[in-house]
Design a protein around this ligand. Structure first.
Ligand code: FPP
Length: 269
């Protein structure tokens, strides 16, 4: 896969200098992002929090365009956690409205950039009107073969694992599953991320250094990159810098350096 360097940054610019240090053969296959700091971004400007989320949606657009041009296989974005329902009603409503608006305005761009839309999380609790938008986005982009964009909605890692365990017990009580059939591969195949490689790189913005219930199973060997930049300010330069730093890390997966294949995420099926 070739990186579209000129499409990402013009020669001579600071972001191009970072980009030129990035090796195409060592790119992360899967980048997961905890998009934090929208509220603080807005508060710093005396704007309502919702304006921060709006600016955050713009940062999502830029990030996806860069991911497509880099040739990243999978991007997973933490857009709404199972805990986010505790926020004020107005903010919750605004977030779902923003998602619909995002889908309306971005579907053509998804197609143009060959991005495939998917979700992870428990969609059952979502408003039927939201689910209709999600169905449409999935349907319209189903033949896109470029970057897979997984938006985490009503998602948390513990909730996902709880659903897997429930499914296992249901199968077991119907006589379809024996204890020895459950191994790591079985569990991985029953997660929302079944069939996708685990994240190689997890990025969290806004200076917080925690996982907040995101992809708990899948990040076992992910490299974690924290930046103080607030999500709405996370642009091409920050994304490229995270990848540059990632490429300098020494990934061992519990073994010794020499045993890891170059670029190395062992595929999990
Ligand atoms: C965290 O910032 C961000 C969220 C809870 C929502 C993320 C949503 C978006 C980036 C916009 C919509 C997404 C898509 C995919 C269109 P925060 O509100 O917790 O910030 P704070 O910690 O500064 O208060």
């Amino acid at each position: 896969m070739m990186i579209d360097r000129d499409g990402i940054a013009r020669p001579g610019t600071p972001e191009r200098r970072i980009l030129d240090e990035i090796r195409p053969e060592g790119l992360p296959r899967h980048v997961a992002m905890i998009m934090d700091g929208n509220g603080r971004w807005a508060e710093a400007r005396n704007l309502p929090r919702v304006q921060g989320h709006r600016a955050g949606a713009q940062a999502v657009r830029t990030t996806l365009e860069t991911a497509a041009r880099l040739g990243i296989e999978v991007i997973t974005l933490y857009a709404f956690s199972t805990e986010n329902w505790k926020r004020p009603k107005l903010e919750v409503r605004a977030l779902w409205a923003l998602l619909k608006e995002f889908i309306d305005s971005q579907l053509d761009t998804f197609k143009k950039n060959n991005l495939r839309f998917q979700t992870i999380g428990d969609l059952e609790r979502l408003d039927p009107s939201v689910r209709k938008y999600l169905d449409r986005a999935r349907h319209v982009t189903r033949d896109c073969t470029g970057t897979l964009v997984q938006i985490a909605l009503n998602y948390s890692g513990r909730h996902e694992l709880t659903r897997v365990i429930r499914a296992a017990v249901t199968d077991a009580t119907q006589g379809l599953l024996e204890p020895e059939m459950i191994d790591e591969a079985w569990i991985a195949q029953h997660l929302d991320t079944a069939g996708r490689p685990d994240p190689d790189l997890l990025i969290r913005t806004s200076g917080e250094q925690r996982i907040s219930n995101f992809l708990l199973w899948q990040i076992a060997y992910s490299e974690i990159y924290f930046t103080k930049v607030l999500w709405p300010d996370f642009g091409t330069t920050e994304f490229l810098e995270a990848i540059r730093v990632y490429q300098q890390r020494d990934r061992r997966f519990g073994g010794l350096t020499d045993t890891v294949p170059p670029g190395g995420n062992p595929v999990q099926t």
